[in-house]
Design a protein around this ligand. Structure first.
Ligand code: NAD
Ligand code: ZN
Length: 246
């Protein structure tokens, strides 16, 4: 079985992995599935909080209408996430930061598991449940696991809200632009555990491909991006990723 799995990685990919200096990785909910976080389309989107569907309680409208209820929901989500651990895929990507001259990790996830695995400078396109943000001056505050979450901005006294991109909101300015620049410049691009339906994030592998990068997908299922990829590794991220650098 082990031999069959190693055969999954082509000689071409191994060679490119060995020689690349600029690498970009885009991850989605699937990379955290083996840690026990439900994916969006795998059940996460059917969650209901106090009778409110996921996309209502996690919406910009709800922040304006009932911020304490939004916090209750995010406090609950953090309490679940706090018990979970990064999996071998998160740890493998944390190691890749030392392998390449320029390594960019872009995630759509808000669970903080890349950071928990040791990745630094993660571009969190959709924010993080482990941060709060002032609604007035946008100052961001870390939420430390096990500690009381800050509830008011020390700078301006404004209310804090989860620093997460909610339904009906735009991505924070800057983050995507940096990711797009890195995608444009990378030689090797991995798309891991994303259904590749949410734009602009799903546009990053397209930018990389158009600029001449070798694009590799890791996912147990095919996605709308599979056809664009040079190589599709069909399998679970936690099992496939550690094989690539072997
Ligand atoms: N962990 C999180 O932070 C989290 C969880 C759910 C949703 N979200 C948000 O919801 C949106 C949904 O988009 P998405 O594309 O990230 O998620 P998605 O649920 O739409 O897609 C998940 C993808 O992961 C694949 N997958 C499942 N198990 C896998 C595994 N073990 N290894 C590799 N791939 C696996 C599935 O086949 C699917 O293609 C994102 O914007 C994200 O911010 C985040
Ligand atoms: Zn403030």
């Amino acid at each position: 079985m082990q031999i069959m799995q190693s055969d999954l990685i082509s000689a071409e990919l191994r060679n490119r992995f060995k020689h690349a200096s600029r690498v970009l990785v885009l991850t989605g909910a699937g990379i955290s599935a083996e840690s026990g976080v439900p994916t969006f389309r795998g059940g996460g989107n059917t969650a209901v909080w106090k009778g409110m569907p996921f996309d209502v309680i996690s919406s910009a409208t709800m922040v304006e209408r009932d911020l304490p209820a939004v916090w209750e929901w995010f406090d609950y989500r953090r309490s679940l996430l706090q018990k979970l651990q990064p999996n071998p895929a998160h740890y493998e990507l944390a190691r890749w930061a030392d392998v390449f001259q320029e390594f960019t990790l872009v995630t759509q996830n808000v669970d903080g598991l890349h950071r928990a695995a040791g990745s630094r400078d993660v571009i969190e396109l959709h924010g993080s449940v482990w941060r709060a943000r002032c609604v007035s001056c946008r100052t961001s505050y870390e939420i430390i696991p096990g500690e009381r979450r800050p509830d008011v901005c020390v700078g301006c006294g404004g209310s804090l809200r989860p620093d997460v991109v909610l339904f009906g909101e735009m991505l924070p300015s800057g983050a995507f632009e940096i990711a797009a620049e890195r995608a444009q410049a990378c030689q090797l691009c991995f798309v891991i555990g994303t259904s590749a339906l949410v734009y602009p994030a799903a546009g990053l592998p397209e930018i990389a491909k158009a600029a001449g990068a070798y694009v590799c997908e890791v996912n147990p299922e095919f996605t709308p991006l599979s056809a664009l990829c040079d190589e599709v590794l069909t399998g679970k991220a936690g099992e496939v990723l550690p094989l690539i650098s072997q």
